[in-house]
Design a protein around this ligand. Structure first.
Ligand SMILES: Cc1ncc(COP(=O)(O)O)c(C=O)c1O
Length: 395
């Protein structure tokens, strides 16, 4: 196992590891102490001196959150917005896109459930056409099919980098190259990949990238972010405006702000925002390249060990695989697997087929158990987990 990470220190920094075996990092990861302290201290300040006054006092640190997010993904601070979650970030960009009837949006089988629902609503509302790009033989987006459909003309490509229901990491950079070649607007859902694998918007070539705080970045719940590149800032008007997103310039006029903060709204969770900044700084300090390597190796070890168990099937696909491991146990409903593991203080979750209709039913799969690891998990936890799954079949 890779030892470039100070694992002992990292686990000492993570109070939760003393209480649970947490393989639900794709749900919400255990935050490091610095995130917890940052959030709690700001709430205490709000209670002590007043919410607006606490924000004023922390204004430089609040501003620095944009710098941190921009550094994480190779963007400029004015291209970053901090919002409530990844869904709202994605929505603000896609619902704001100036679609015209007949515009084609290309998406893949990995697309996140809420994004697909939104695209279907936009189909009804604007008469766009949603085109499904098939998987290739490895289960990632088929780049040949994508190119064929791009050549027919497409306004937008909406890609989920790492799906909610499996270890797949889609080839986001290769998709970006094709989008550039065919001049398609590129929206990347990086909700699961942010903090899991290194991200650089310049190399990926996306116009929009959405992410969340609580998952692989280990930030607080209710935090998310949006990257809006030059074409996004040029083309997209937020679907909702308020006094933060726009200025009321005369009785009957307003002006939308030029930067990505037009996608935010005025009131927000300041403690959460500071906590998100602390989480991003923590990730940058450890180095996502380094943490990603460890995470992928640990998850692959779990896949190999589960595959070796009789009656257990692993269902992850793709050439590149990250920290999410999905599996089924013969004769035991995934909901029961989760509940029985939870009773042993082992956290997993269930990916229901209804959350991945373009993928799981197509592969003939029912709901799956999702064990999502992080770099702070250990080989010992992987072994303990495998033994617990093994016992499920016999008890
Ligand atoms: C791939 C993907 N995209 C988007 C989301 C939505 O993120 P949020 O709950 O922060 O809106 C999720 C949540 O699980 C996800 O897995």
């Amino acid at each position: 196992m890779i030892s470039r990470l100070p694992l002992d220190q990292i686990r000492m920094d993570t109070p939760g590891v003393d209480h649970v075996l947490h393989f639900n990092n794709a749900g919400a990861a255990l935050p490091p102490q610095v995130v917890l302290t940052t959030v709690v201290e700001h709430l205490e300040r709000e209670a002590t001196i007043g919410g607006y006054e606490a924000a004023g006092e922390a204004s430089d640190r609040l501003e620095a959150v944009y710098d941190s997010l921009a550094r994480l993904i190779g963007a400029e601070p004015h291209q970053m917005a901090v919002v409530e979650n990844a869904t709202r970030a994605w929505d603000m960009a896609v619902y704001g896109y100036p679609f015209v009837t007949g515009d084609r949006v290309l998406t893949s089988r990995a697309e996140y459930v809420s994004n697909v629902i939104a695209l279907l609503q936009l189909q009804k509302r604007h008469g766009i056409e949603v085109v499904l790009i098939e998987d290739d033989e490895h289960g990632q987006i088929d780049l040949r099919h994508l190119e064929t459909e791009l050549a027919r003309g497409a306004a937008m490509v909406a890609l989920t980098h790492a799906p909610t229901n499996g270890g797949l990491i889609n080839p986001a950079e290769a998709v970006g190259d094709l989008c550039k070649q065919y001049d398609a607007f590129y929206v990347l859902d990086a909700c699961q990949s942010a903090g899991q694998v290194p991200l650089n918007v310049g190399r990926i070539g996306c116009d929009v990238l959405s992410g969340t705080g609580r998952k692989y970045l280990r930030g607080p719940r209710g935090t998310g972010f949006l990257y809006a590149g030059p074409r996004a800032l040029e083309r997209i008007e937020p679907p909702l405006l308020d006094l933060h997103a726009a200025a009321w310039t005369a009785d009957t006029t307003y002006e939308i702000r030029p930067d990505a903060r037009r996608f935010e709204n005025w009131e927000g969770n300041y403690a959460g925002k500071l906590g998100l900044g602390a989480a991003v700084d923590y990730a940058i300090e450890l180095g996502v390249e380094v943490t990603s390597e460890r995470l992928c190796e640990l998850a692959q070890n779990l896949r190999d060990s589960l595959t070796a168990l009789v009656g257990v099937s692993v269902h992850d696909k793709g050439v590149a695989r990250g920290g999410i491991v999905t599996f089924t146990v013969d004769g035991v409903d995934p909901v029961d697997v989760q509940a029985r593991l939870l009773a042993q203080r082992i956290n997993t979750t269930v990916s229901p087929a209804g959350h991945a209709r373009l993928d799981l039913p197509h592969r003939g799969l029912p709901s799956l158990v999702r064990a999502s690891l992080h770099y702070y998990n250990t080989d010992e936890e992987v072994s303990r987990f495998v033994s617990a799954v093994d016992r499920l079949r016999t008890s």
